[in-house]
Ligand binder design. Structure first.
Ligand code: MLT
Length: 262
């Protein structure tokens, strides 16, 4: 379905199941497809809300993006699909960064968090230069050039070649304008490290054993800084466990959701 935003844009969103809301926030430069297996595997009593972030998938395009604007879009989505019901936010990588921003802006509507394969630091000067180069590459050479540069570090060694190819082509469908704008949004992200100790809701922290982008040590540090958190390392996974190890990822997420329900 298409959910209208406050500025006239839309978020293409899948809604799966009925019950308490779980909002899934995808990474860069993917789309809601990375969450569909996890959404369909939620236990009874939960409603998965799975948007394409602005500019991604089939949502409306915007030439300028920020982590804050993604979070505000999700607040509109929440108001439209789960008014008055605090939501569990499940964010991977850039999605986790957005979830931390959402917590800063809208803590009253957060029931719990799952921060997956993400990082809490602001971008370093070298990182900003790298992201600006990514933006230039997207505009000058297209999205596939960016995706091909990322591919060797996205997936773990177990991920089959044909699946790798499928996700490569899916990611390359993200428009160059969005790849550039999201890259600049990541470059300009705030330091979320001071936010971690303010998180008072139950939090699941997920790492991939072979994640070369946000290694387990990064997630262990996030876990240590959030008082009510548990850490789960998904064996054999790289940066995208819900795609690479869907059964193991859903088992971890669903176990966490059961602790919330009881
Ligand atoms: C993501 O998966 O969202 C990206 O890897 C984020 C990043 O490049 O830091």
């Amino acid at each position: 379905m298409q959910v209208p935003l406050r500025d006239g844009g839309i978020l293409e969103t899948d809604v799966v199941g009925q019950g308490a809301p779980v909002i899934f926030i995808h990474g860069f430069p993917i789309s809601r497809h990375m969450w569909l297996a996890a959404a369909h595997a939620l236990p009874q009593g939960w409603k998965a809300i799975v948007p394409d972030l602005r500019g991604h998938g089939s949502s409306s395009v915007h030439p300028s993006l920020s982590i804050a604007s993604f979070a505000d879009d999700l607040a509109d989505l929440h108001a439209a699909l789960a008014p008055g019901q605090p939501a569990v936010l499940v964010g991977l990588s850039m999605g986790g960064i957005i979830a931390m921003e959402f917590w800063r802006r809208y803590p009253h509507i957060v029931r719990a968090l799952a921060l997956c394969n993400t990082r809490s630091n602001a971008e370093s000067p070298e990182g900003i230069a790298r992201r600006m180069q990514v933006a230039r590459t997207a505009v000058e050479q297209g999205s596939l050039a960016v995706v091909d540069a990322m591919l060797p570090v996205i997936f773990g060694p177990d991920f089959p070649h044909q699946d790798r190819e499928r996700w490569r082509l899916l990611m390359a469908q993200t428009s160059p304008v969005t790849v550039a704008a999201a890259s600049m949004a990541l470059a300009g992200r705030k330091d979320s490290a001071p936010t971690l100790s303010t998180i008072t809701v139950p939090t699941l922290v997920v790492a991939g054993e072979h994640d070369a982008i946000t290694p387990p040590s990064t997630l262990e540090a996030i876990h240590r800084a959030i008082p009510a958190s548990t850490l789960k390392v998904i064996a054999g996974a790289g940066h995208v466990p819900p795609v690479e190890k869907p059964r193991e990822f859903s088992a971890a997420l669903n176990e966490f959701l059961r602790t919330l329900a009881s």
